[in-house]
Design a binder for this molecule. Sequence first.
Ligand SMILES: [Cu+2]
Length: 132
Amino acid sequence: MGGVDYQDWSADKNFHVGDVLVFNYNIQFHNVKQVTSQDFEACNATSPVATYTNGSDAINLERIGHVYFICGFPGHCQAGQRIEILVSPVTSSPSPAHWPSSSRSGASSDLYSNKLRWTLSVLAFCLSGFAY
Ligand SMILES: [Cu+2]
């Protein structure tokens, strides 16, 4: 059981510098450890870059590149409770003159926040569904 594939989940998710990643989970069963790529592959939680245990942890994505998170509870990472996130630079597309710039930026930021909210609720669902 527990067929949630976190790799698949994160594979097509785009994150950008300045995004905030929120992990919601039951602290009795899970935690979040940011690890190196080697420790991610090996599910080694003994030397994390950072450890989060609040159950509702907001992590600022400040640097471009891959970040790796695994659950530090025994067996959870091996069972798939780990995610790799690729943080991309914020791409500022040149605004065409025929777009009213104010409404354009308003619309795109609404779209953006909706997408982020959806993303985070999916993650919260994944972690809360991981209960054993
Ligand atoms: Cu866990």
